[in-house]
Write a protein that binds this ligand. Structure first.
Ligand code: NAG
Ligand code: NAG
Length: 222
């Protein structure tokens, strides 16, 4: 019985760890050793549907008018955490993507932006606590997301443009997703002279919609 429990626990640890893994498994994730992995559910011509398992991130919130005004400060808080501002004084490897939870808001409105670094597999179960009170560990639940990939660095106008493209692709197929925020995922260090890979994500509500033929089966909304 004890052996069995041990085995099941071990299995759970492995399943959890398997979702933060070797970057060689993702061709667009090449600047860090470990990346966030996912299961691909389906692709339409304009977007992708992925499943992410629950994983832990180190995060910081910042109330701001725009992404540009919060990015550096947030980045340095999280960078502080991975370079030793944690209760064990551990140096923790950088991973990808850097995730931004971006509020859907009017351009001159303030909103809370959340930047997160993914914890490497070896810290997923027992992350050292941050010493900076503005930094916290969070476990994001498992989720399905609608994804659109693009080659721009993350900034307000690129983000807005690609989100609009994604939402216009989702509208005709009647795909439901959580409103009020979206995610921006960046896989590269900032640099002007190289190709980069970024993504916008909407969190799927209900069953993911993969293509038009499926949406045709659904009753149109009044
Ligand atoms: C969707 O497209 C991606 C990128 O081209 C590919 O890696 C993935 O396997 C595809 N997924 C499915 C379910 O076909
Ligand atoms: C659309 O989805 C249906 C049902 O899931 C599937 O049978 C069909 O092959 C898909 N078509 C395309 C073009 O992906």
């Amino acid at each position: 019985m004890i052996c069995l429990t041990g085995f099941v626990t071990l299995l759970l640890i492995f399943t959890a760890e398997a979702r933060v893994g070797d970057s060689s498994q993702l061709n667009f994730c090449s600047e860090t050793e470990q990346c966030l992995l996912f299961d691909s559910i389906c692709n339409s011509t304009t977007y992708e549907v992925r499943h992410y398992e629950s994983v832990k991130w180190v995060s910081t919130d910042y109330k701001s008018l725009s992404m540009e005004l919060m990015m550096f400060q947030s980045f340095w808080r999280l960078y502080g955490y991975i370079t030793g501002e944690n209760e064990e004084g551990k140096k923790i490897d950088m991973t990808a993507p850097v995730l931004m939870k971006i509020p859907e808001k009017k351009i001159f409105q303030q909103g809370v932006f959340t930047m997160s670094f993914l914890l490497p597999a070896e810290y997923q179960n027992n992350p050292p606590q941050p010493t900076n009170k503005d930094v916290y560990i969070q476990e994001m639940p498992a989720m399905n997301v609608y994804v659109r990939s693009h080659g721009d660095m993350m900034h307000t106008f690129a983000d807005k443009k690609h989100c609009e493209e994604l939402s216009s692709a989702l509208r005709p197929v009647n795909a439901k997703y959580e409103k009020g925020f979206h995610y921006g995922a960046g896989y590269n260090r900032p640099s002007w002279n190289k190709k980069c890979h970024s993504e916008v994500w909407y969190v799927v509500e209900g069953d993911p919609v993969c293509n038009n033929s499926e949406a045709d089966d659904q009753n149109p909304e009044p």
